[in-house]
Write a protein that binds this ligand. Structure first.
Ligand SMILES: [Zn+2]
Length: 529
């Protein structure tokens, strides 16, 4: 029995063109075009939906986020919008009082938002909670502030040196301050995991919430064994509300047997396409690896995570097993290294590799990218969120941050993503930031208007482009043969949809069926322009 739905009388953007009607049969698009064309193709008994002139878009795709961390940040302690260290301690005390047993794990602090103009340290946190570990992630996820109990559990003291690829914040006598960067964060990750193990029910709630924005596929990055197990449980029970792709954590990739790769994606809801690796950190904690020192810290040029040779051999082993490399590279120096590594392991029969973020692309790194042509998985929302970037880089260099137009004009494949929870998951915020480089308060990491994209091209980043970056050309499009994933809006044109943001979404369809919405319980809203 065929399940067929015909959507008529709409403005349907297929990812390539605007049409009036679309036909879905058993989860696939089988016709798309004028009313007559689609009516002729429809089987008798197809359900007919009148779109009433409203806009339909391909199901949106977030090509890079972190489902377990997003779940933890939705259901754990959030420090977003905290304006000072004393307010942070207040919030910490409140959370600890109402959660008396477990370690305290939070996320979202940012020095640029603190009145004190410095990061919280061990001695600050001890004043709020001293009887159990406290682990507070920086908004970027690339640094963490811990109290004395957590530092002790992690095994850092004056006599222990910094681990390779990591940095331990220290006083002049070498005593750790409680700030840990990059690889030095690894020992406290288990504390966070023990306090918030990824549970299938909680992950399903997060995915339903994510789906309410019109997202029909998400790629969760740097997946560890616990998150993978929870996602597999949901996939096996056919309980994933939207499609999920996982890029496993590099050290864990070697443990995969080729038969366990789950690349077949029979029902298309689940797959493990690749492996995630790191070449550097982030701009906020000054760990993004730059070719010239930071403008606001002349002695620092960031952190190179791992050795180039090791990265190359680990990624080529993973590629041999069918896992596509996705390498985090933010600074220009990290991008140069990553391009070299991807070039060395590229083969004509393999899917193209991905560079995650590709944030700082001055003219000096463009030739290397042009040669290798990886998918560039960008986060347009960072154009607004990193409004302080010119302090870190200087105005001349920040001109080349998030240079989407420059990259697209050179023929690069760009894929949209949020990096949630390190930025709001809302794709409408990212769409708006592609078009208007300045946020509603006039702020921007790189306001250069020549880097903005037209609205339709922005939608392509979050649909067709992201599908291609996942190696799945049948995602993110409403052309014939594609999976029947779409967003039904309550507006008649794209400009109005971008102005309204997420509230323009009326329904999210996955695999030819509407999925239940669950937005409203959480504070992420699209600012209206
Ligand atoms: Zn990320």
């Amino acid at each position: 029995m065929t399940e067929a739905h015909r959507l008529t009388n709409g403005r349907v953007f297929t990812g390539r063109r605007l049409v009036r009607a679309v036909l879905m049969e058993d989860g696939r698009i089988t016709a798309t075009g004028s009313e007559e064309e689609v009516a002729r193709a429809a089987p008798t008994g197809a359900t007919v939906y009148d779109l009433d002139g409203h806009l339909v878009l391909p199901g949106l795709i977030d090509a890079h986020l972190h489902i377990a961390e997003l779940t933890r940040s939705r259901e754990g302690l959030t420090l977003e919008g905290v304006g000072s260290i004393s307010d942070l301690l207040e919030r910490l005390r409140g959370w600890a009082d109402s959660h008396p047993t477990s370690a305290v794990v939070g996320r979202g602090w940012h020095v640029e938002q603190f009145r004190e103009g410095r990061a919280p340290e061990r001695t600050d946190l001890d004043r709020a909670v001293a009887d159990r570990p406290v682990v507070l992630y920086h908004a970027s996820g690339h640094a963490v502030a811990v109290n004395s109990r957590a530092l002790e559990a992690a095994g850092f003291d004056r006599s222990v040196p910094d681990p390779p690829g990591g940095r331990v914040g220290r006083n002049s006598d070498g005593t750790p301050t409680g700030l840990l960067y990059e690889e030095a964060m690894r020992p406290v990750a288990s504390i966070a995991l023990a306090a918030f193990p990824p549970e299938p029910a909680a992950i399903a709630r997060t995915l339903a919430f994510v789906g309410s924005y019109g997202l029909t596929t998400v790629a969760t990055m740097n997946t560890g064994p616990e998150e993978l197990e929870a996602l597999r449980a949901l996939a096996n029970a056919q309980a994933l509300p939207i499609r999920v792709r996982a890029y496993v954590r590099l050290p864990f990739a070697d443990a995969f047997s080729p038969s366990g790769l789950e690349l077949s994606r029979k029902d298309g809801f689940w797959g493990i396409p690749g492996v995630k690796a790191f070449a550097d950190g982030a701009f906020g904690p000054r760990t993004a690896w730059l070719s010239e020192p930071y403008a606001d810290a002349p002695g620092e040029s960031g952190v190179s995570v791992g050795e180039e040779g090791e990265l190359l051999s680990a990624l080529s082993r993973a590629s041999e097993r069918g896992l596509v490399p996705a390498v985090h590279a933010i600074g220009d120096r990290a991008l140069e290294r990553t391009a070299r590594v991807l070039e060395a392991i590229a083969r004509p029969d393999r899917l193209r590799g991905r560079i995650e973020h590709a944030a700082l692309t001055p003219p000096s790194v463009l030739p290397a990218l042009d040669r290798v042509r990886p998918a560039l998985v960008v986060q347009p929302g960072f154009v607004w969120s990193d409004f302080w970037l010119s302090r870190r880089l200087g105005a001349e260099r920040s001109r080349w941050a998030y240079a989407f137009r420059t990259l697209a004009d050179r023929g690069h494949l760009l894929a949209g993503s949020s990096d949630a929870p390190y930025d709001p998951v809302d794709p409408w915020r990212g769409l708006a930031a592609c078009v208007a480089r300045r946020d509603p308060f006039g702020r921007s990491a790189n306001p250069d208007p020549s880097e903005s994209l037209p609205a339709e091209e922005a939608v392509v980043l979050y649909s067709v482009g992201a599908g291609l970056a996942l190696g799945e050309p049948d995602l993110g499009t409403l052309e014939v043969g594609a999976r029947a994933d779409l967003v039904r809006t309550g507006v008649t044109d794209l400009a109005r949809a971008l102005a309204l943001g997420a509230s323009a979404v009326q329904e999210t369809w996955v695999d030819g069926r509407p999925v239940p919405l669950s937005r409203g319980s959480y504070g992420e809203q699209s600012p209206s322009l």
